[in-house]
Design a protein around this ligand. Structure first.
Ligand code: ADP
Length: 179
């Protein structure tokens, strides 16, 4: 990998790949890889809650009673450099025969749709389900990027830029191949 940043124009917008901690990115909305109980967890979810502060969990408890796999909910961004956090629930990988690809696409699609409903132009997303949930990143990357491209190509969308924040060089390389 020559660079730790990659850009591609899609429709009227751009898909960006960066190697970064998603909690440091200044965007309209940060997408979180949450779990269905919205109860907080490890990985990127723990990092986002720590960086955003307790307001995030308070708002989740007040407004929502969990979130089904393949969908997403939205809160304010707390102390993050983001107006919103969109909590998307990807599937836990079992064997690939339990609608995992479909559910991962649905989680991204719901998250991008919520961002557009709230007038967001810039969004950052992690590689949902590829950590603790065990979804093979080689299969997840094309689904994530394809769903992002479709969201940017939707007519009249407010979305202009979708950044995938990858946590390692190898994850970034897999996404770069898919892009
Ligand atoms: P899941 O349970 O959906 O698999 P994880 O948080 O375990 O969620 O992992 C999702 C992806 O997020 C993994 O690729 C992991 O390396 C990555 N990740 C963990 N912390 C961060 C962070 N601070 N910024 C961006 N990506 C992160």
């Amino acid at each position: 990998m020559e660079s730790d940043r990659l850009v591609r124009t899609v429709g009227g917008g751009r898909v960006l790949l960066v190697r970064a901690d998603i909690t440091t990115i200044a965007v309209d909305a940060v997408i979180n890889a949450a779990n269905a109980s919205l109860a907080g967890g490890g990985g990127v979810d723990g990092a986002i809650h720590r960086a955003a502060g307790p307001e995030l969990m308070r708002e989740l408890r007040e407004r929502y009673q969990g979130c089904p796999t393949g969908s997403a909910v939205i809160t304010g961004g707390g102390r993050l450099r983001a107006r919103y956090v969109i909590h998307a629930v990807g599937p836990r990988w079992r064997d690939g025969n339990h609608r995992e690809p479909e559910l991962l696409e649905a989680a991204y699609r719901s998250a991008f749709a919520l961002a557009a409903e709230h007038g967001c132009a810039t969004v950052a997303a992690p590689a949902i389900s590829t950590g603790i949930y065990g979804f093979p990143i080689e299969l997840a990357a094309p689904l994530a990027i394809g769903t992002a491209a479709a969201a940017l190509e939707a007519p009249d969308t407010s979305l202009r830029e979708i950044t995938f924040a990858l946590f390692s060089d190898s994850d970034l390389e897999v996404f770069a191949r898919a892009l």
